[in-house]
Design a protein around this ligand. Structure first.
Ligand code: 2M8
Length: 446
């Protein structure tokens, strides 16, 4: 794409982010998601950092205003002005104020992948006003540390040393085939659908969203966690779902690398972050790396079973600068294999699931389509490990496709359709980041 075309797309991305801005944070989309989501805000702030430094900082400050006393950063922060019928489960469902959440803000009780420290570092690196960015880092650093401490204290499995999630919503990839077996084992109360109504299906084609069978398991798990008031120690004995996810842990290690850099910028002791990142990385390699499949897989710690499937989650550890050469080589080979075809002209973005699997579905939620956030992380991983040409082909394919069809939530990898919300915020934000990087690379080459 020419520089003028890239600038034009950056302008369109900015329009989407402006339209979804709600004064102190950005909603993921006007159709499906009318509140603030945790990892969405981190991705959104990365895009904003190129065009509105203040807004990028405010986005994350707002999110961390809803941080719980135990350190968790909630999956959803509810906007009190939005009627409760607009999204299910609403704040009435979670009752967070009664069960450990902040006093004046309604949130969900779950968490999402910890990509925030990485986003804060990006904000600093892209800042026009370094002093203000430094002040921002100084304020937010202790909160980022408290957030990770929550995960290391309340959500770490003693045996593997890795962080587990207790609900598919916590992985961000809610409907991934990785959760099929553990979800299949969940005992569900018989009256779920007489008590609750899904809202997503009034906006979006049911063929693109999780089935009712899966959704009732989501509700069941949330009800069980609520029944112990989101107290992790009390929940331990009754957990029906506890899974170690390579994406969640890969992001945590990547964010600990970012915290090491942030601590150095702030002139405070940074070695604990390096140690945390190395520890998580090493445990992932021993516990989750599947040599035969050449990707990281998930581990169900309730049943002690690994889900041996190739998904985009298994490629996310590529983001780590310190990934050993042999593991990096395995993952890089996987990216060009029949399972993913990344950067090959015929495939748009990174498919969320193995293109070669018999149950690959090009349009169904996290079971085949390409998302921009996961594609963006793999793109960063390819760049990290010197695959500049492949990374450029991946970015260009996505940029051209989005420029043609719009900022949708997800895309068929063969380019034949787009799904979910239109004008989706993280799509706009991360495409914007890819456009800026593409321009910078072109200038550096010239
Ligand atoms: C999707 O998840 C929400 C629940 O958190 C939903 O399906 O209602 C996922 O794509 C998740 O990763 C994302 O953060 C959220 C908002 O964009 O939507």
């Amino acid at each position: 794409m020419s520089e003028t075309e890239l600038d034009e797309l950056i302008g369109r991305a900015r329009d989407v982010l402006d339209a979804n801005w709600r004064g102190t944070s950005t909603i993921p989309s006007q159709i499906l998601y009318p509140h603030q989501w945790s990892w969405d805000s981190a991705f959104i702030s990365i895009g904003l950092s190129h065009i509105h430094q203040d807004r990028a900082q405010t986005e994350l400050r707002t999110l961390f205003d809803s941080q719980w006393e135990d350190g968790r950063v909630p999956q959803i922060t509810f906007n009190p002005e939005i009627p409760s019928e607009a999204y299910f489960p609403s704040s009435d469902f979670w009752q967070s104020r009664d069960f450990g959440g902040p006093d004046r803000i309604d949130t969900s009780g779950l968490v999402q992948p910890p990509v925030h420290a990485r986003a804060c570092l990006e904000i600093y690196r892209n800042a026009e006003d370094r002093d203000r960015a430094l002040e921002f880092l100084r304020d937010i650093y202790p909160r980022l540390v408290a957030w990770h401490r929550y995960l290391f204290t309340h959500r770490t499995d003693d045996e593997s040393g890795l962080v587990f999630v207790i609900h598919p919503w916590e992985t961000g990839l809610d409907n991934s085939p990785l959760w099929d077996e553990p979800l299949g084992e969940i005992r569900v109360e018989s009256d779920i659908w007489s008590r609750f109504t899904r809202r997503d299906l009034s906006h979006i084609d049911h063929r693109d969203r999780p089935s009712n069978d899966v959704y009732e398991r989501f509700i069941q798990l949330a009800l069980e966690y609520r029944s112990v008031h989101y107290n992790d120690a009390e929940y331990a004995d009754m957990r029906q779902f506890a899974v170690i996810d390579p994406l969640f842990n890969g992001i945590l290690a990547w964010s600990e690398e970012a915290l090491e850099e942030i601590a150095t910028i702030l002139g405070v002791e940074s070695s604990a972050h390096r140690a945390n990142s190395d520890r998580v990385r090493d445990a992932m390699i021993t516990q989750l790396f599947d040599e035969e499949l050449s990707v990281f897989v998930s581990l169900d710690i309730v049943r002690g079973v690994r889900a041996r499937k190739c998904t985009v989650s298994g490629l996310i550890p590529l983001t780590l600068a310190s990934l050993p050469a042999d593991i990096t080589e395995h993952l890089l080979q996987k990216t060009t294999s029949v399972h993913f075809h990344i950067g090959d002209g015929d495939v748009i973005g990174v498919p969320s699931y193995d293109l070669d699997a018999s149950d690959f579905n090009p349009r169904l939620y996290w079971r085949g389509p390409a998302w921009v956030n996961t594609s963006w992380m793999v793109w960063r991983g390819l760049r990290q490990h010197g695959r500049m040409d492949q990374a450029a082909r991946l970015a260009n394919g996505l940029i051209e496709h989005v420029s043609r069809v719009g900022f949708y939530e997800y895309f068929n990898p063969d380019g034949s359709g787009q799904h979910g919300s239109s004008d989706f915020s993280w799509t706009a934000a991360l495409i914007l980041d890819m456009c800026v990087t593409t321009k910078t690379d072109a200038t550096a080459k010239a």
